[in-house]
Design a protein around this ligand. Sequence first.
Ligand code: HPA
Length: 268
Amino acid sequence: MSKNADDLAALIRVRAGDAPVQMGLILGSGLGHLAGAVDGIAIPYSDLPGFPHAGVSGHNPHLVIGDLEGVRVAVFGGRAHYYESGNPAAMRLPLEVLRALGAKTLIATNAAGSLRPDIQPGDLMLLSDHINFSGLNPLIGEKTDARFVPMKDAHDPDLRAALKAAAATQGVPLPEGVYAWYSGPSFETPAEIRAIKILGGDAVGMSTVPEVILARFLGLKVTAISTITNMAAGLSDENISHEHTKAMAPVGAAKLELTLRALLRSMT
Ligand code: HPA
C-alpha cells in the first residue's frame, strides 16, 4: 500500500473517528441519495490529496464515513471513470484508503444499459461476473507479482448470496447477470451491443470493472449492482443519453437503497 493511502487514512480518522470501516460503497450516476442517509461526516474529495476529481454530473464527489443501519460504512459519492482522464487506475488510491480504514468488503453500484428483455429500465441486476470489453486494466504498470490477480469468483459468491437474500426480504427482484465494461464516454453502437450479446454480456456500462479488479488486487471482497436506466443501443426506440441515465437512475435507486439497507442490517 502506498504511504499516501496510510497518510490519507490517518487524516480521515482525525475527522471521522478511529472506528474501523466495515463496508465500502461506491455510488454510481444518479445514485447519490444514499450518501445523505449516512449518519457521519462528508469529506470533499478536494480535501483528500490525490483523490480523483470525479467531475461527472450526477455524482457527488464526497467520501462519507459513518453509520448506516448500525454498520460503519465509507460511501464514495463519486467515482472516477477511465474516460475522464485516460487512467484506468484512477480509483486505486480511494480503494487503498478504504482498505487502510479497515474495510474488508466493497459493493459498487452503477447505471447500465440492459441487453436482456427480462431486465428492464428501473430494474436492478446483480453482477455475477463481468467482461472487460475495453481491454484496459488498472494493474498495467504494477511491478509486483500481486498484479496476477485471479478473477474466478471475482464477484464474491457469499456477498452475492447475502445481497440476494437481502433483496428477497424487501420483495426486490435481483436477477444476476454479466456486466460488460465499455470505455465510454460515447455510448455503444448497436453493432457493439450485438457483439457484447454474443460474448455473453447482459448489461453494459462505463465503470465498475476497474474497481472490481483493484478491489481483488487489494484483497477486498467485492461485487456490484447495476441499476438499469435504459435498454442498450438498438434494443429500443428510446434515445440513450446521460440526461436519461440521470433521470432514470432514481427509479432503481429506491430498490437499491432497500436492498443495501437490508444487507447492512443482516450484518449486525
Ligand atoms: N451504455 C453504457 N453506459 C450506460 C448505459 C448504456 O447503455 N446506460 C447507463 N450507462
